[in-house]
Design a protein around this ligand. Structure first.
Ligand SMILES: N[C@@H](CCC(=O)N[C@@H](CS)C(=O)NCC(=O)O)C(=O)O
Length: 220
């Protein structure tokens, strides 16, 4: 049965699921909703009122990590490492990737420079950790693409948009391996297909509308 993903154009959590669908060559439908004015049917099927939701016939899955794991288990060869410990460690880092996404969100909503710098430093410390973890391969586990790579891709894409507005958020000197990994991920064919074409503009519009420190940098 063809799965259907319920999405919001800007959502990085949905994008993780789309990347998994694309990388596994799964035929799927997608429907975008307006999260500020969600349709009644969405509120009925989404227990937390959040996207992504994956519909498989009359069954529903929610939470991006669960959706991604389901898709990985059911379709084709797994994108996880085989070794159970390594697989569990990859899942831990996937959670770390979700936390990085929240840091990005907090940067956008930081009201003033002090709050922004605090969030920026928190993000830098996370990147320090990631830098220590990477082995210098093309992907997180070496040459083979894994789910953990797909989990970080939406974050790195948005980090580039943030760095356009506040240069230095990407720090190649401090985080050479992270920066290289990010560039390797951005070079994947599926990245462009995994969002609406106007993603960058939508993201920058969101920065502007937030009225926070980043919006003052954009106005300058
Ligand atoms: N932990 C959730 C987070 C999903 C999430 O926060 N989605 C946002 C859009 S990017 C959402 O639906 N927000 C609506 C709300 O919180 O009411 C997941 O991984 O699926």
């Amino acid at each position: 049965m063809k799965p259907k993903l319920i999405s919001f154009k800007l959502c990085p959590f949905v994008q993780k699921a789309v990347l998994t669908l694309l990388e596994k060559d799964i035929d799927f439908d997608i429907e975008y909703i307006d999260l500020e004015n969600p349709p009644t049917w969405f509120n009925d099927i989404s227990p937390l009122g959040k996207v992504p939701v994956l519909q498989i016939g009359d069954q529903v899955l929610f939470e991006s990590s669960v959706i991604v794991e389901y898709l990985d288990e059911v379709y084709g060869d797994s994108l996880h490492p085989h070794d159970p410990l390594l697989k569990a460690q990859n899942r831990s880092w996937m959670e770390f990737g979700n936390e990085c996404l929240m840091n990005g969100y907090n940067l956008i909503h930081a009201a003033d420079e002090a709050a922004f710098n605090e969030q920026r430093e928190a993000l830098m410390k996370k990147m320090d950790r990631l830098e220590n973890e990477l082995q210098g391969g093309r992907f997180f586990n070496g040459d083979k693409l894994s789910l953990v790579d797909l989990s970080f891709t939406p974050f790195f894409q948005r980090l580039e948009y943030l760095n356009d507005v506040s240069p230095g958020i990407i720090d190649r000197t401090r985080h050479p391996q992270v920066t290289q990994w990010s560039e390797n991920l951005m070079a994947m064919d599926t990245v462009k297909q995994s969002t609406v074409p106007e993603i960058e503009q939508l993201y920058k519009d969101m920065m502007q509308k937030s009225g926070g420190h980043l919006s003052t940098l954009m106005a300058a």
